[in-house]
Each structure stands twice: as structure tokens, then as C-alpha cells.
Design a protein around this ligand. Structure first.
Ligand code: ATP
Length: 298
């Protein structure tokens, strides 16, 4: 049985459809990513799966339990780290942890083995109020609190947003270790570079899933050779690319334009008077796949 099954789930706020007929399944022990920009509907999906929000249509199960009928049982077995900092700012690190353990009728001691690797990193600050911790430390404490009742499924809503790059990397290493403990993890992120760290991902935009697969399979399905293109006049280059009959797709990507095309693009750019032209094949990223899927939708 899959750990999470989502079947045509919907959420409508007033006249805004935030989650539109979303379906996916997450295997036991999988690290599954919901990847999409702000407002894509990730938080609404998490809140429905953790029984904090009622769906307006469709159904979903967590560990075989229905998110509407069996909400009490799900709350016991699921761990949830909301996007916004959820801890008690005026309580210390150890008070927060004890509080969450008590709510779930357990003790820190009983489940210490599960959080040990993470907790020892914040233990030197255990007497410090949560509100006075750095972003990375708050995130580690929030993860310990979400784990303290030994959940079978862990929901992490944008755990790395607003966290420095080193802490982001450390956080993903912690998730890899938790996976070894057979905990199913569903994590959302707006950072496309984090998609590669998941076993499988769902790309989501405007409440709809655009694609679900392993990151490697999504990248492999990109149909064209992708090129990174540069010129001395980047602004003009982008305009020329957009108007060119040879170009299938083009968009700014860091200091380059990412382009797919047929024919002799260099000759065309030369003819347009552009200088310092560079055209080189470049590896496809998840972000390129996302942009392609968005363009197909429009
Ligand atoms: N309570 C609400 N009332 C009205 N609209 C809402 C409500 N909650 C969310 N929305 C809207 O639904 C859409 C999806 O929001 P949601 O928070 O689920 O997305 P998200 O991908 O988690 O993005 P974010 O990172 O911004 O939270 C957005 O357009 C948002 O403005």
C-alpha cells in the first residue's frame, strides 16, 4: 500500500481554485517533492493531507486512513512542519521539544534516537528562547518537534525557504538520513535545484500538477538539445531570439539565454549585428522542464 494516495483533490477559496483535481501517490519510505512557485497550491495540499483543511472534492489517504473520516488517527501518525515558523518563540529549545512530546503523549527520551543527530546540533542552545535562534537552528528545532512522536509520514512545507545555503544543504542531508529510517517524507519547495534531491517530484503550478516522475526522467523527457546563448547585448539578444523563425523556445537563464532552435542561429545573430556571440550546448535542468511545461499549458 502507498503511504499517501491523493485522488482528484480540490480546494476552492471564494472564487479561487487553489488545488484543482490533483492526484498522486507516494510510496512508503519515499522522499517526494512538491515543486512549484509561491501560490501554486502546495500549502493547501499539505493542510488537507494533515487534516487541517477540508477538501472541496476528491479524496486522500495517509497510511490507508481517510483525511476526512479518520482525521484523529492521522494526526497521531503524521508529522507536520508548516512553512511559517511554528514554534513557541518565548519557550526555550528544550521547552518547545518537551511541549510537543507532551501533546503527543510521549517523551523526548522515548524517541531521542530518532532526533539525536539533529538535536545535538542545537543542544548547546537548549536554554535559548526559540525566538532568538538563527533561521537554520529554528528549522532544526522545528524538524525535531515534528519528529518527536515518531511519525510514519512527515510533511515539510517549504522547510528551506529563507534559510542560508549551508543550512539548506545540511537540511537535505538530514532528510536523507530520516529516509533510511523508513519515514515517508513529502516536502515542498520553490527551489528548483532541490528537486534533484528527491526520489520523485510533482511539478505544480496554479493548483494543477504539470508532471510527476523522478527528476532524471523529467529531465530525460526534454525533447530538444538545449543551448546556452550569450552576446554582448543581452537585452537585444533576447528580443532577436524571440522574433527568430529558427527559435523554438528562449528565455533568460542567469547570465545566459536558454534556447532550443533548428538551423544556423549563429549566422542569424551575426546578421542582426550582435557581437560577442557564444552558443554552447548546456545540460537541461528541472527549471528548464518546468518552463517548457508552463509554455505548453498556455
Ligand atoms: N484562506 C485563503 N483564502 C483565499 N485564498 C487563499 C487562501 N489560502 C490560500 N489562498 C490562495 O490559494 C492559492 C494557493 O495558495 P497556497 O498557500 O496553497 O500555495 P503555496 O504553493 O503554498 O504558496 P505559498 O508558498 O505562497 O504559500 C494562492 O493563490 C493563495 O493566494
Amino acid at each position: 500500500m502507498d503511504a499517501v494516495i491523493v485522488n482528484g483533490i480540490r480546494k476552492v477559496y471564494q472564487d479561487k481554485t487553489a488545488v484543482d483535481d490533483v492526484s498522486f501517490a507516494v510510496k512508503k519510505g519515499e522522499l517526494f517533492g512538491l515543486i512549484g512557485p509561491d501560490g501554486a497550491g502546495k500549502t493547501s495540499i499539505f493542510r488537507m493531507l494533515t487534516t487541517l483543511l477540508l477538501p472541496d472534492g476528491g479524496s486522500a489517504t495517509v497510511d490507508g486512513l481517510d483525511v476526512v473520516k479518520d482525521y484523529k488517527a492521522i494526526r497521531k501518525l503524521a508529522g507536520y512542519m508548516p512553512g511559517k515558523f511554528s514554534l513557541y518563540q518565548d519557550l526555550t529549545v528544550e521547552e518547545n521539544l518537551n511541549f510537543f512530546a507532551t501533546v503527543f503523549k510521549t517523551t523526548v527520551k522515548e524517541n531521542y534516537d530518532l532526533i539525536k543527530d539533529i538535536y545535538i546540533q542545537i543542544e548547546p542552545f537548549k536554554k535559548r528562547r526559540a525566538g532568538k535562534l538563527s533561521g537554520g537552528m529554528k528549522q532544526k528545532l522545528a524538524l525535531c518537534c515534528a519528529l518527536i512522536h515518531r511519525p510514519t509520514v512527515l510533511f515539510l512545507d517549504e522547510p528551506t525557504t529563507g534559510v542560508d545555503p549551508v543550512s539548506r544543504k545540511e537540511f537535505w542531508e538530514m532528510l536523507r538520513k530520516l529516509k533510511e529510517q523508513q519515514i515517508t517524507i513529502i516536502v515542498s519547495t520553490p527551489y528548483m535545484d532541490e528537486a534533484d534531491l528527491c526520489d520523485r517530484i510533482a511539478l505544480i503550478q496554479d493548483g494543477k500538477i504539470l508532471s510527476i516522475d523522478t527528476p532524471a526522467a523529467i529531465v530525460a523527457a526534454f525533447p530538444d538539445q538545449l543551448y546556452a546563448v550569450k552576446a554582448d547585448q543581452m537585452h537585444r539578444l533576447l528580443k532577436v531570439l524571440q522574433g527568430s523563425a529558427l527559435v523554438k523556445s528562449s528565455y533568460a537563464f542567469g547570465e545566459y539565454a536558454h534556447v532550443t532552435f533548428d538551423g544556423d542561429l549563429r549566422q542569424e545573430l551575426d546578421a542582426q549585428g550582435l557581437t560577442g556571440i557564444e552558443i554552447q550546448p548546456t545540460p537541461v535542468t528541472i527549471e528548464d522542464c518546468f518552463i517548457k511545461l508552463l509554455n505548453e499549458k498556455q
